[in-house]
Design a protein around this ligand. Structure first.
Ligand SMILES: *Cc1c(COP(=O)(O)O)cnc(C)c1O
Length: 219
């Protein structure tokens, strides 16, 4: 089913929207099936799990870290991670920069914005995002590049609320992009809400269960 699911989703996507296949908790065999169907971008939310899968799978896969980051574990993925979605502090950017420098590379990152009303969701207030990007300290970090924003909407069926949350992030993204040429990625939308996210301006969706089926335990 994985192949069929992927093809079905890809057929409905505008060509400027990138699909991240969220493979967290799923076995390597499932990722291989998606790989054989042409998928090259995978998203994981635990660093150790991503490293283990990276070691086993073909090296032309682009690995995206989509989960909340523990700073002390950034070093384990710094040699290969392609994009880190969930950066929600300046301190984390400093650590990513330090680890990227050790491998003589630049790591692309997205700042995670707080758009959901739920207390449990991570993310930076909009003002703080602008403050970081405009700061001198940030401009001194030569081995990280912030290429856009990421957000997770409230877990709800209320379309008006989802639209409001996605649109607010899209507006912030466009505002920053108008003066920042590094900005090109707006990561928003998951299995339940990616169509709406695309309507609101998403350029990258993170889809797990609609490709790989339901996960056995909630993460
Ligand atoms: C798990 C996860 C997803 C994918 O969720 P689905 O509902 O299975 O598509 C997307 N983004 C983040 C940050 C996740 O943790």
């Amino acid at each position: 089913m994985i192949k069929e699911n992927l093809i079905q989703i890809k057929n409905t996507l505008p060509k400027e929207v990138t699909l991240v296949a969220v493979s967290k908790t799923k076995p390597v065999a499932d990722l291989k099936e998606a790989y054989e169907a042409g998928q090259r971008i995978f998203g994981e939310n635990k660093i150790q799990e991503m490293v283990a899968k990276y070691d086993e799978l073909p090296k032309d896969i682009q690995w995206h870290m989509i989960g909340h980051l523990q700073r002390n574990k950034v070093k384990y993925m710094a040699h290969f991670v392609d994009l880190i979605h969930g950066v929600d502090s300046f301190k984390t950017l400093v650590e990513i920069n330090k680890q990227a420098l050790k491998h003589d590379r630049t790591i692309n990152c997205l700042l995670q914005a707080r758009i959901a009303k739920e207390e449990t969701k991570f993310g930076l207030p909009f003002e703080e995002i602008k403050n970081i990007i405009n700061s001198k300290e940030f401009s001194n970090l030569n081995n990280v590049k912030v290429v856009g924003l990421m957000g997770m909407a409230t877990f709800t069926d209320n379309q008006d609320q989802l639209t409001a949350e996605f649109s607010s992030l899209s507006n912030l993204f466009n505002e920053i992009k108008s003066t920042n040429s590094d900005f090109s990625i707006l990561s928003m939308g998951m299995s339940g809400d990616y169509k709406l996210a695309i309507d609101c301006g998403s350029t990258m969706i993170r889809v797990g269960s609609s490709i790989f089926g339901a996960r056995n335990y909630a993460i």
